[in-house]
Write a protein that binds this ligand. Structure first.
Ligand code: AMP
Ligand code: ZN
Length: 498
């Protein structure tokens, strides 16, 4: 079965056939590093992280490049505002970006090129465009002449006449056409600049991406991604520059664009001042919650951000964690019964089928929303089988439940969601030792032992109807972020601390 991808270029779903068998080259536009990223930006990086993980899971050898735009008007303005140099601003926000990517549990791309480290290649590309007649120089600025490139508008589906209708009045009169865009900008006093055949200056944003992507992935590569707002003009211009210079078509085989995160019916955007920063929301929510919030919707559809929506996702995620926890707990129980053949057979089939169903969902243009549907359906079956088995646990049932748990953990981790990462005793607060000593009158060195002794102490107290002691233990443990659940099989403990 093959993967199908919606290609913005053809405006339809196409069978995914990478240029080289078994290999995928993929470029995603990275941030302009002038402030902290918000949830809208995060959606883009998570969406393509999932594409990256899934392609690897389907055994492709993927080269993933995501750039850093570290020279730009916005960086220059920010440097003036913060009283720092542009270099210092870029460094500060590159560091912050990496912290946020780690916080979101995104895998790092293999290559993360910075614009300022590729100026020579950009100058070479601009020279090529000038030589071939696609560009012209005016007073140290170089512009791309849109009319000269026949395919202009093919990605965004805009006709040149339509674009002209939207022209603004105060356009640069030195340009041959208002649609022409800057490849090289002459330096203004105090701005970062590099020497070039056209004098001191710096590259335009669009040339950065076409040059850095082709340098690492070749003149033609498989996947290029970004948010929908980048289709025009950024990606349209990237195609024009790259194809005009190399004469090779297509520059990119599959163009993928994620939908927006909206808040109160409006796009979340720095310019609108309605942003929620990734670093702020991660103080409140587990990164798995934020990831699951993003992937609950197909990457091309818009998402509405609200805390209620995040809360709903958080409780759905809790259901998955509880299923894993319950099976881990059951695994410690002793075998008491025999199989019910038909139920076991049915559950075996459920386990066999789940991967195929997951693939089918993800192969359909990375439909993570359907894939999650498959996972939740699977967990429902797991819980039913678990409930049956609790009364009459057989060796086979226990093995199947463990197999199902591992399948669940494996599949959801393809979406970058961690269920398996169980808290270890090392992460327990040290205070657990003191609490156990105080209540049980016994010294402990091992935090796990202290916790087990407290749980046993509480069970004992409950049997003896010593409700005061039982409550003290529960309250003390709750205060240390341990949640206690009483089940027919005894007390289950979930450590919720970070
Ligand atoms: P920017 O910093 O504005 O260049 O954005 C970085 C990336 O985030 C680009 O791929 C944008 O298309 C994407 N992006 C920006 N705002 C949103 C939003 N509200 N929802 C989804 N993606 C966004
Ligand atoms: Zn770009």
């Amino acid at each position: 079965m093959s993967i199908k991808i919606y290609n913005t270029l053809s405006r339809k779903k196409e069978e995914f056939i990478p240029r080289e068998k078994g290999k995928v080259s993929m470029y995603v536009c990275g941030p302009t590093v002038y402030n902290y990223i918000h949830i809208g930006n995060a959606r883009c990086y998570v969406a393509f992280d999932v594409v990256y993980r899934y392609l690897k899971y389907r055994d492709y050898n993927v080269t993933y490049v995501r750039n850093l735009t570290d020279v730009d008007d916005k960086i220059i303005n920010r440097a003036n505002e913060e009283g720092l140099s542009t270099k210092e601003i870029a460094e500060k926000y590159v560091k912050a970006f990496h912290e946020d990517m780690n916080g979101l549990k995104n895998e790092p791309p293999q290559i993360e090129p910075r614009a300022t480290e590729h100026i020579k290649e950009m100058i070479d590309a601009i020279k090529c465009l000038l030589e071939k007649g696609f560009a012209y120089e005016v007073d140290g600025d170089v512009f791309f002449e849109v009319q000269k490139f026949k395919g202009y508008g093919k990605l965004s589906g805009r006709a040149i006449d339509e674009m002209r209708a939207g022209e603004r009045v105060n356009v640069d009169t030195r340009k041959h056409s208002p649609m022409d865009f800057a490849l090289w900008k002459a330096a203004k006093p105090g701005e970062p600049s590099w020497n070039s055949p056209w004098g001191e200056g710096r590259p335009g944003w669009h040339i950065e991406c076409s040059v850095m992507s082709s340098k690492y992935l070749g003149a033609s590569f498989d996947i290029h991604g970004g948010g929908q707002d980048l289709i025009f003009p950024h990606h349209e211009n990237e195609i024009a520059q790259a194809e005009a210079c190399t004469g090779k078509e297509p520059f990119v085989k599959y163009w993928l664009h994620n939908g927006f995160v909206n808040i109160k019916e409006e796009k979340m955007a720095k310019s609108l001042g309605n942003v929620i920063l990734v670093r702020e929301i991660l103080k409140k929510y587990d990164p798995n919650v934020l990831r699951m919030f993003f992937i609950s919707t197909h990457y091309r559809s818009p998402i509405n951000y609200s805390e209620e929506n995040l809360e709903a996702v958080a409780s759905a995620l809790e259901r998955l964690k509880t299923a894993v926890y319950n099976i881990n707990y059951l695994a410690k129980s002793s075998i008491v019964g025999r199989d019910e053949e038909s139920k076991v057979k049915q559950f075996e089939k459920t386990i066999v089928d789940v991967k195929g169903n997951f693939f089918e969902a993800m192969d359909d243009d990375f439909n993570t929303a359907s894939a999650l549907g498959v996972i939740f359906e699977f967990v429902k079956e797991m819980n039913l089988f678990l409930e049956e088995s609790q009364k009459n646990l057989s060796v086979r049932a226990k093995d199947l439940l463990l197999e199902a748990r591992d399948k669940l953990i494996e599949l959801i981790s393809v979406l970058g969601i961690e269920l398996g990462a169980k808290k270890t005793a090392d992460e327990f607060p040290d205070s657990i030792l003191k609490i156990a000593e105080k209540i049980l009158n016994h010294t402990f060195n091992d935090k796990n032992e202290a916790l087990s002794a407290l749980i046993e102490g509480r069970e004992r107290a409950r049997k003896e109807k010593d409700w005061v002691t039982a409550d003290i233990i529960r309250n003390e443990l709750n205060a240390q972020c341990f949640e206690l659940k009483d089940t027919p099989q005894g007390c289950q403990v979930i450590f919720k601390g970070r």
